[in-house]
Design a protein around this ligand. Structure first.
Ligand code: ADP
Ligand code: MG
Length: 400
């Protein structure tokens, strides 16, 4: 049985690794000949707009899923006219546009930060009047890892942002595809800047018969918009907050008749959860599940789309996942740390590129803190956000 996967990055790579023990085969579709899955699976290298390549890709597949949410909707629809595509392409469509995504949250009664659409340079002032400063201006489409975002704090920031926005009479929004520009969708969204206490995300999975399973909320630390460290379960996790996150996932599941793994990112702000964005796929903040949960997110995604029973989402102790970005440590030094697990994706190093991750697993959060402190010097760089975690561990423990 062969499953087709749109996108051939590290998420696809780990999906395949989780699927091989289940006897599954994989075929990937990715425009880049450098895609990491080239190491381990067959693939079609072509543009997502190439219908004859999509046709060839679809031939003989059991079903299609995706590991990349910026797959053009038209490609997903083209495939769904021919075979089963899960999660449903409507989920892809909803998650591809930040404005649409926030509007969906709003319709479903899921709290978000305040936001306003921005069509062009002229529209920025009225959006600022509504939202206030500081705010974040984001492109609605194609952004990831903090790309396509600027924080506006001062009048100078606003003037600079205006310079980069298209004018009312310009040919069309630069960051939006032609098909989209004809709809009423704005190319930018302005959001109130949230001075959050912390960032949390939930990984949830829904099977074909509507059964669901939830992983515990994870605490995420970003640097320059890129995820650096996840702690799972999130320290000091209040069961009421977990319930709110699960309820949000259930609402999205119902609304989109969703099948597969879904990730929702939240800000924990003044005791409330504000949804920031969702991803209709497996997620970087769920990598810890490979070692830290009974069934990992990749296997559970495959179980869901295949119509197999979902696996337990119970955790095994406490885990920390650290992304390796732009550079990798010495493997031997990492593996010398007890219960440290190294994952390298086989990508050519480039600044800002996710090359791999490590997961540390321990019996308790205290033991985890001790293991984190044992990591080699490579991880002392401030980008790993380890300092914040290690410095607060003792004070929090004594406050309890
Ligand atoms: N409204 C906001 N207030 C404060 N910080 C934000 C806001 N939106 C985004 N950020 C920060 O930027 C990071 C990346 O933004 P996000 O919307 O998740 O886009 P993406 O992950 O697709 O690049 C977030 O994880 C958060 O750290
Ligand atoms: Mg994000």
């Amino acid at each position: 049985m062969t499953i087709g996967i749109l996108g051939g990055g590290q998420l696809g790579y780990m999906l395949a690794l989780a699927g091989y023990p289940l006897g599954l085969h994989f075929r990937f579709f990715d425009p880049s000949p450098e895609a990491p899955v080239g190491r381990i699976a067959s693939r079609v290298t072509a543009d997502f707009t190439d219908e004859s390549a999509l046709e060839k890709f679809a031939n003989g597949l059991e079903l299609v899923t995706y590991e990349f949410e910026n797959v053009p909707f038209a490609a997903a629809r083209f495939l769904s006219d021919r075979l089963l595509v899960l999660p449903p392409p409507t989920a892809l469509e909803a998650a591809q546009d930040r404005l649409r995504e926030k509007q969906l949250f709003q319709q479903l009664g899921i709290a978000t930060t305040e936001f306003a659409p921005v069509l062009n340079r002229e529209g920025l002032d009225s959006a600022i009047e509504k939202i206030g400063l500081p705010a974040i201006l984001k492109t609605c489409r194609m952004g990831y890892d903090g790309k396509g975002q600027s924080v506006l704090r001062t009048a100078t920031d606003v003037a600079r942002a205006k310079n980069e926005l298209p004018g009312r009479h310009s040919a069309g929004p630069r960051h939006s595809t032609r098909s989209r520009a004809s709809h009423d969708q704005a190319p930018f969204v302005l959001e109130r800047f949230v001075a959050f206490r912390r960032e949390l995300s939930i990984l949830a999975v829904r099977g074909r018969a509507g059964e669901t399973a939830m992983y515990p909320l994870v605490e995420n630390h970003h640097r320059n918009g890129i995820l650096r460290l996840s702690l799972a379960p999130a320290p000091q996790l209040d069961p009421a907050i977990q319930r709110v996150a699960e309820d949000a996932a259930q609402r999205v599941f119902q609304a989109l008749e969703y099948v597969g793994v879904l990730a929702i990112e939240f800000f924990d702000h003044e005791g409330r959860l504000l949804a920031n964005e969702m991803a209709p796929r497996v997620h970087n903040s769920g990598h810890w599940t490979i070692e830290g949960a009974v069934t990992n997110q990749f296997e559970n995604h495959l179980r869901a789309v295949m119509g197999l029973p979902l696996g337990s989402t119970d955790v095994i102790g406490s885990s920390a996942m650290l992304n390796l970005i732009g550079d990798v440590p010495d493997s031997a030094e990492v593996l010398a740390v007890r219960d440290a697990h190294l994952h390298l994706y086989g990508k050519t190093p480039r600044p800002g590129r996710k090359l791999g991750h490590i997961t540390l697993r321990a019996a308790s959060s205290e033991a985890l803190a001790a293991q984190l402190a044992e990591l080699p010097a490579f991880f002392r760089q401030p980008d790993f956000c380890l300092d914040t975690v290690l410095s607060r561990a003792p004070s929090r423990a004594s406050a309890d």
